[in-house]
Design a protein around this ligand. Sequence first.
Ligand SMILES: *Cc1c(COP(=O)(O)O)cnc(C)c1O
Ligand SMILES: [Zn+2]
Length: 419
Amino acid sequence: MSASSMSAQFVSYVRRLRCINCDATYAPDKVSYTCPSCGVDEGLLDVEYDMDAVARDFALSDLLDGPQNHWRYGPLLPVTAHHIGAQWPIGWTPLVDSPLLAKLCGVGRLRLKDDSRNASGSFKDRASSIGVVRAAEAGAKAIACASTGNAAVSLAACSAMASMPAYIFVSQRIPEGKLAQLLIYGATVFRVQGTYDDAYRLCASACEAFGWYNRNCAFNPYLVEGKKTGGLEIAEQCMSDPPDWVSMSVGDGCSIAGVAKGLRQMAELELIDWSTRLLGVQAEGVAPIQEAFETGTLGAGEGDTFADSINCPVPRNWKKAVRAVRDSQGAFTSVSDDEIRWAMREVGRLAGIFAEPAAATAVAGVAKAVRDGILNSKSSVVAYISGNGLKDVPAAISASGSPIDIMPELEAVTRVVES
Ligand SMILES: *Cc1c(COP(=O)(O)O)cnc(C)c1O
Ligand SMILES: [Zn+2]
């Protein structure tokens, strides 16, 4: 399908926005980001489609010769100007079987959904692409976000591909690799002297003051629709061989809720006839959503983790995440930084995939869930590799150890090889 025929074809199947707090519904053109009666913190909105119309217009055969990126699910996305991003290398990422890793973790089958190969090297490209296309559709002159890293990086990449200025608010702790990506993609980068929460609030004020489009995921109901494509793809790729579980790391909570929605919509369309359980994995030091799942009250998240992408002490999408995991009859677990380092090494060594800490967390969670008795040697699992390890080289070195220093002599090599 050519870009021009796609733009001609696509109409929006979005019918309404529903508040996840009070259940009120709104016409898409009546509210911009959150429920007016519940406010910006509680009133997150969920995008609803005319699924009968989608089912009528969208068939399995469309997928078979659809675009080789996430626009293959066009009717399930809340934009119509797909031609803007038609060429972007985002989505339709490989699903890689790793029998060795399965055995090591103690499950029957383990497949890795490799989103380290997306345009800017993370899962977040799926969301940012929707944000940038929507901003262009709305006639916005610029787009902005606050981020722990990858959301910003992907926004900068998509903005560059769409020739739109991007304003990025990052916290002090952003890894250098991600900072380099932001700057190379040409974004204006504000490094905020404060926490992620400070950066988040400042970005919201700046968007209001300057009329920038706000990409913040927890707040903008459309972004999660892009994240949904991760779930749509897993459903499509596993159509004949469904996994029992999908394991994904959780920071803000938006990603796992998005993947859940994708899986659910494929079932609603009767393109799959199975459901899968979700395993949410947090870092032990910062696991407020696991606590919410177990006790009903959001945890304080007062510890720390080197997995920067999931270091979210004040998660904004925790209700969506808890609901998604609960609805799937899933579970939460958490892993230590050392377990994450172990998973980084093993995913690299056994599957040939270089995962950033928050991505390896999904695999560490599989091994942990076996020890917790949640998974066993019969379980078939997809672990979501959400980001590329090159983004944070010091973290990778802390997991991998050092090279072997030798003199430039064969003898020195022999000593090591034969020892
Ligand atoms: C953002 C991110 C996550 C977690 O997504 P949330 O929506 O914050 O829960 C996991 N891994 C990577 C690499 C990420 O960038
Ligand atoms: Zn509401």
